[in-house]
Design a protein around this ligand. Structure first.
Ligand SMILES: [Zn+2]
Length: 288
């Protein structure tokens, strides 16, 4: 049994400065994500950073819903998707080309698009914003996205190795007379963090190491864990959207339609009988 105790988001604020922060650390959840795919090291570190970033951004949502970060690239990494639901559960996956193992991180991101999608559970509209990665790191791409779309100065520090994903984010609060000064001073302190410190220190030790000259108030941990939202119903509607012709051409080649969830590896098997029933019931519901 994996220990999910250590997977959490943790909000912190500066009592005497107009800056707020969020911290994330994932171990068991990260282990589960890595079990699904044999990620080459560079892909693994990219999807690790994106997982940390998605968790941190989801913590800023003030309503129930899903936050999705999706990267589509023309380089070695073709696709990365991280989805966080209600700040509590997440899932992630990636697709890459064969040369991903040899490329360095910068060429992996040389051209691509990073989309931030927020889907509220209520009837409120889905929001989507897009930023070009343009040789930037995930942190830099998201910082310029937040600056443009939300007009809020934001900084990310994201790290991962094969055991752990860690991230910090700082956001400048609007208002206060000293907010610009606060922001400069506190981001300069955060800037001194090393990769080793992020990956080896625990939350409060890390915050003390960085901000011991400030008054930091740390809130309770909010647990995060891996959970996939795939279901029979979702796979069925995906098959329906592919259309009768395409699904039947798969059936002709094999005796069944076999769909594997990209996120959790669960297999969904549809027999010819099942497919016939599925399309028949969709005709029924369309004519109703
Ligand atoms: Zn799944």
């Amino acid at each position: 049994m994996k220990n999910t105790q250590d997977d959490f988001l943790r909000r912190f604020i500066f009592d005497k400065a107009d800056v707020r922060g969020e911290y994330v650390s994932l171990r068991a959840t990260w282990e589960t994500i890595q079990e699904r795919r044999n990620y080459p090291p560079h892909v693994r570190s990219a999807i690790g950073e994106m997982t940390a970033a998605a968790a941190l951004i989801s913590a800023t949502l003030k309503f129930e819903g899903t936050l999705e970060l999706q990267f589509k690239g023309t380089g070695a990494i073709q696709l990365m998707v991280v989805e966080v639901r209600n700040r509590k559960t997440l899932r992630a996956t990636a697709k890459w080309s064969k040369d991903a193992g040899t490329n360095d991180q910068t060429t992996i991101f040389e051209s691509g698009i990073l989309a931030v999608t927020i889907k509220p559970d209520s009837d409120a509209n889905t929001f989507q914003g897009i930023v070009e990665t343009d040789n930037k790191s995930i942190a830099q791409a998201l910082e310029s996205y937040m600056e443009k779309s939300e007009q809020i100065a934001t900084r990310f520090w994201l790290e991962s190795n094969n055991q752990r994903v860690v991230g910090i984010f700082l956001q400048k609060l609007p208002g206060g007379a000293t907010s610009e000064e606060d922001w400069t001073r506190i981001t300069a302190l955060a800037e001194t963090v090393t990769q080793r410190e992020l990956l080896s220190l625990e939350c409060t030790d890390l915050l003390f190491r960085l901000f011991n000259e400030e008054t930091v108030r740390v809130f309770d941990k909010e647990k995060l864990s891996f959970e996939c939202t795939c279901s029979d119903q979702k796979i069925s509607s995906m098959l329906l959207s592919m259309g009768r012709e395409e699904v039947w051409s798969i059936l002709k080649e094999r005796s069944s339609v076999d769909v594997t969830c990209e996120f959790c590896g669960k297999e969904y098997l549809f027999s010819e009988q099942g497919i016939t029933k599925l399309f028949a019931s969709s005709v029924e519901s369309n004519t109703n």
